[in-house]
Ligand binder design. Structure first.
Ligand SMILES: Cc1ncc(C[n+]2csc(CCOP(=O)(O)OP(=O)(O)O)c2C)c(N)n1
Length: 429
């Protein structure tokens, strides 16, 4: 693979090192203009360097980090203005939004801008999720949704007198861990501030469709967390809400409603915005913003050729996850619909397209439940379905999340449940 050595084609030196003070929750014209310029610069940079991952075929994530740029720009200016009041880390419970961490590490001078163009490349030290002590300037590790807020609770306890922030998402907030974190934060009156991007998009679709009834706002309010909800693209409103959150002691969630990828033609509001932007859409976007040098650089990337020799038994390619899905479908095909409905239940946790379950969903939607990012609860539901003899629960996710479900698997075993699990993608989350 070619490692980028050229100059980063967007001038990050144009970033304005502004300071903000939460004592004043109204932006001056000058502050608003500077923030807007920073937001545009950073969104353009994120589209560009994540698209290098698309161009090289290593994938990535564009929409999540792109969405939360306004929150991050405001926080950066607040951290600079009052370093003693805050834990100056952009903790993020949605680790796939790692482009934010890499960009901020660059703006802080810890990471050369040129390295951003190696986003997700093997050996580049810019993996798909933040890893502490691997990438210069990265200040925490993350990757499993819903694991960071509980951790930030402890960070807040260790830093009395300071506010600790956690970037959140409507995907992460589906995890049970966050309910526990909310209860602790409320009970201990912890000075944690959640900045949640509620874009109604995760990998498999829209939470409003597959998880009707779920509301981030009502969930958090139910736990006793103060919630300030508004339009994340209204900069003055967002700034005022973040200031109010800081000026209110204890846990506060600032929920930003916005479509996924606002302003990116072809991705706005779409769950495809969760993944890495395609090169074509990135070119269109960057051309529209006059980022000619970035366009030229992207056009010049050649997808590296794979020079491995594969030593398989034949030349037919397959993947375990799809073979798993196909095998289940084959058995289900042999049953009557009535029997299937009575005896089998398959439940997903927002990864059906990635772990073979989509095969079952497509063939037998009548027994398929597209559920939320709630591996523990979903596995137990499958186990409970399979409690009676003759009934079968089926569950699948990535192997990286197997360890989250150990206790639930033990309960399934102790109840002699008929539970079939498939854990794909070992080692990767
Ligand atoms: C515990 C856990 N389960 C599943 C995943 C796989 N996963 C990565 S991102 C994602 C959806 C995230 O949605 P959201 O956090 O709302 O981010 P957005 O789509 O807005 O970028 C899922 C299911 C994960 N990283 N961690």
């Amino acid at each position: 693979m070619t490692t980028a050595t050229s100059t980063f084609p967007i001038d990050l030196g144009a970033y304005k090192q502004i300071t903000l003070d939460p004592a004043n929750s109204t932006l001056t014209n000058e502050q608003r203009e500077a923030l807007k310029a920073n937001i545009q610069l950073c969104r353009d940079a994120i589209v560009f360097f994540t698209a290098t991952g698309a161009a090289r075929g290593v994938g990535g994530h564009t929409g999540g980090p792109y969405d939360t740029v306004p929150e991050v720009m405001i926080l950066d200016a607040l951290f600079r203005g009052n370093p003693d009041k805050f834990v100056p880390i952009f903790f993020d419970e949605a680790g796939h939004r790692v482009a934010t961490q890499y960009l901020m590490a660059t703006l802080e001078g810890a990471l050369p801008a040129e390295q951003l163009m190696n986003y997700r490349m093997a050996g580049s030290t810019l993996p798909g999720h933040p890893e502490l002590k691997l990438t210069p300037g990265v200040k925490f590790s993350s990757g499993r949704l819903g694991h960071m807020w509980p951790y930030v609770n402890g960070v807040a306890m260790a830093n009395p007198g300071k506010a600790a922030f956690c970037l959140g998402s409507d995907g992460s907030q589906q995890e049970g861990n966050d309910a526990e974190a909310a209860r602790l934060a409320v009970a201990q009156h912890l000075n944690v501030k959640l900045l949640i991007d509620d874009n109604d998009v995760t990998i498999a679709g829209h939470p409003s469709k597959y998880l009707p009834g779920f509301s981030v706002k009502q969930t958090l309010e139910g736990h006793g967390v103060k919630v300030l909800e508004g339009d994340g693209e209204d900069l003055d409103g967002l700034y005022a809400r973040i200031c109010e959150a800081i000026n209110t002691p204890g846990p506060v969630a600032v929920i930003s409603k916005r479509p996924m990828c606002p302003g990116i033609e072809g991705l706005e509001g779409s769950n495809h915005g969760h993944d890495v932007i395609s090169v074509d859409l990135a070119l269109k976007y960057l051309e529209g913003k006059g980022r000619t040098a970035a366009v030229e650089y992207l056009k010049g990337i050649e997808k590296p050729k794979n020079d491995y020799s594969f030593l398989g038994a034949g030349d037919k390619w397959g993947s375990n996850r799809n073979v798993f899905g196909e095998a289940v479908v084959k058995i289900l095909d042999g049953m009557s619909e009535e029997d299937r409905k009575a005896k089998v239940m398959v439940i997903d946790s927002d990864l059906e397209g990635s772990c073979g379950l989509k095969k079952i969903h497509d063939a037998h939607p009548e027994i398929f439940i597209p559920s939320g990012i709630m591996e523990r609860g979903n596995l137990s539901a499958a186990a409970g379905f399979g409690m009676e003899a003759g009934k079968q629960g089926i569950f699948a996710t990535f192997a990286a999340f197997l360890e989250m479900c150990i206790s639930e698997i033990t309960m399934a075993r102790l109840n002699y449940s008929n539970l079939l699990c498939h854990f794909s993608h070992s080692g990767i989350d």
